[in-house]
Design a protein around this ligand. Structure first.
Ligand SMILES: Cc1cc2nc3c(=O)[nH]c(=O)nc-3n(C[C@H](O)[C@H](O)[C@H](O)COP(=O)(O)OP(=O)(O)OC[C@H]3O[C@@H](n4cnc5c(N)ncnc54)[C@H](O)[C@@H]3O)c2cc1C
Length: 547
């Protein structure tokens, strides 16, 4: 394998929304910034082909008092509320970021005014600013380059470099050439997005048919945890919903009513297509489609019939900006007209809602490590805002620190490199797809929507056997497959952490449901479950949630 070394003050791992915003701000602060990106920052990550709702607080629209909106945000998530301070910081900064994006050329006011539509409850403040995000990644990439950021595309970071003083960079492999790259840095920002491909897709034969960016495989979480940083709330499940079998996010952009087959609205919020609010029942309870089906009350439909031509055009414009062009093309090809035809929706597969624990400054639990965005379930606006804040703090931290004179690899990193060499040299063995599918089956069967100790324990045993077997038999024929092997090994770490934390949470809360502990334990209110690696084992610990 070829070797290369790249040095920086601040290394941003993942050039998504959070990573590019961190890079932009750190460079403005005078830091030498490198972004390492698995794909290409121009069109990578969950924001690759656009988003259309940016949650924010604009005083001239929402009024001078931010507190009701903070309270609304704290109570919006069931089961794992973040502290109020997190939302106060986010909302307080969000308008600055909106104006910044607008100045970069991302149309935040495409219709000439601040327009808040969709994803809202009738009678409550509407926080989702409608914007035109189709080219946001191209624009953010341009802004980063303008500020002297070095972008290294097509490299997958797979471990953090650490010593007793904290973080010294990261190590990655090229996804195209036979090459390992060491990134030496005084501070590292992690922005590798969500954790997709843990569970089977709605069409298991097509593993990449995902509502989320399928190459986001929880690498940041796995790297951080192995390096000794804390993850939080990893047992908390999350799933989204959308058109059946055509896996696409963007539900909040549909201006329809969720109805049962007999035409009754399922939720209490709207009974006719409503552009201002959408139907929040699908946002608040994305699992409802699956639950109705289980009770033989499905299928459920997103029904846009009865909408005006103007609303129809508005919705298609939103869907295009939301990265949903393939879906629109498909509807056209199949002769499906949303003004006439209701579309069956489904609940998509599970993933973890939890992630890297980071504070209001983006600081993770190791000195020199920062994170933001979907490293712990976020959304576009929090990714942009905390990415920016974290980039600023990472640059400040880097200024106060000398680069490490020498960086030794940890034993587990050496083992991973050895695994890669063996996978490349093997003539026979199991492909990464087999390992990924086996993992999907274990996750689906043993850690689904209702949990219990014997199933969790059996699943954990099977997952550990799978990991052992995979490390002894994975084969890769080229650099692309090698990258997938690393992704699958990361996914297995995430899976193991989910089993361990699910076993440790002996209660039910929000969407986390244990049939052997069906009640919510009040002693665990305002607590979160952390997990980190200590002496090569993942260990869990209950922590007080900061106010
Ligand atoms: C279709 C769709 C529509 C959406 N619409 C909205 C919306 O309207 N409003 C909203 O609030 N949210 C929306 N979201 C969610 C929103 O896009 C995400 O929350 C946001 O993009 C998260 O930003 P991020 O930087 O944390 O992650 P991402 O933007 O996903 O970026 C992660 C980056 O890390 C890279 N990466 C991953 N692993 C590695 C590695 N090991 N090494 C190097 N690089 C790596 C990836 O390639 C990617 O570029 C939508 C999501 C989708 C998929």
């Amino acid at each position: 394998m070829g070797q290369q070394t790249v040095s920086a003050d601040v290394l941003c791992v993942g050039g998504g929304i959070a990573g590019l915003m961190a890079a932009i701000r750190a460079a403005e602060m005078g830091a030498k910034v490198v972004v390492v990106e698995k794909a290409d920052t121009l069109r990578s990550g969950a924001g690759a082909t656009g988003n259309d709702h940016f949650r924010c607080y604009i005083p001239e629209v929402h009024g001078a008092d931010i507190e009701p909106l903070v309270e609304m945000s704290v109570n919006a998530n069931t089961g794992n509320a973040r502290p109020a301070g997190y939302y106060r910081t986010f909302l307080g900064k969000s308008f600055d970021i909106v104006k910044l994006w607008d100045s970069y050329g991302i149309p935040m006011k495409p219709l000439g005014k601040w327009e808040f539509t969709g994803q809202a409850l009738p009678g409550r403040p509407r926080l989702a600013l409608k914007y035109e995000g189709q080219n946001q990644k191209v624009i953010l990439t341009r802004e980063a380059l303008k500020r002297g950021v070095q972008i290294v595309n097509r490299v997958m970071a797979f471990d953090l470099l650490t010593d007793a003083n904290g973080i010294n960079g990261a190590i990655g492999i090229s996804t195209r050439e036979d090459k390992i790259i060491s990134f030496l840095a005084k501070a590292v920002f992690l922005g590798t997005g969500r954790c997709v491909r843990l569970y089977p897709s709605p069409t298991p034969g097509w593993m990449f048919n995902r509502a989320e960016f399928p190459s986001n495989t929880g690498d940041g979480r796995a790297m951080a945890c192995r390096a000794g940083a804390e993850l939080t709330n990893m047992e908390m499940p999350q799933s989204w919903a959308g058109p059946r079998n055509f896996s696409r996010n963007g539900k909040g952009t549909w201006i329809g009513v969720v109805r049962s087959a007999d035409g009754k609205p399922v939720g209490p919020f709207v009974s006719q297509p409503d552009r201002l609010h959408g139907d929040m029942v699908a946002n608040l309870f994305p699992t409802l489609f699956g639950e109705f089906e289980k009770k033989n009350q499905g299928p459920l439909y997103m029904d846009c019939r009865g909408m005006s031509q103007e609303d129809y055009d508005y919705m298609l414009w939103g869907l295009r900006n939301e990265g949903n062009t393939a879906l629109i093309n498909h509807l056209q090809e199949e002769g499906i007209d949303l003004r006439r035809d209701a579309v069956e929706f489904m609940t998509y597969e599970l993933t973890t809602r939890g992630g890297i624990k980071y504070g209001e400054g983006g600081e993770a639990s190791l000195p020199g490590l920062y994170a933001a965005g979907d490293e712990y379930f976020a959304g576009i606006a929090t990714a942009a805002t905390f990415g920016y804040i974290a980039g600023e703090n990472a640059a400040r931290y880097a200024k106060e620190r000398d680069a490490a004179a020498k960086v030794d690899l940890r034993a587990d990193t050496e083992e991973r490199i050895e695994l890669l060499k063996k996978a490349s040299n093997r003539r026979t063995g199991a492909g990464w797809q087999e390992a990924n599918i086996a993992l999907n089956q274990i996750m689906q069967h043993y850690i689904g929507t209702t949990l219990a100790q014997p199933m969790l324990e059996a699943g954990l045993t099977n997952l550990r056997r799978l990991r052992q077997k995979a490390s002894e038999s994975l084969i890769s024929r080229n650099q692309h497959e090698l990258t997938h092997c690393l992704e699958v090994m990361n996914l297995m770490d995430i899976g193991e952490i989910m089993f361990l934390t699910a076993l440790a949470r002996r209660e039910s809360r929000g969407e986390f449901r244990r049939s052997d502990y069906p009640f919510t334990n009040p002693l665990l209110n305002n607590k979160e479950l952390a997990c980190k690696m200590v002496e090569n084992q993942f260990v869990t610990e209950w922590k007080e949630l900061k106010k």
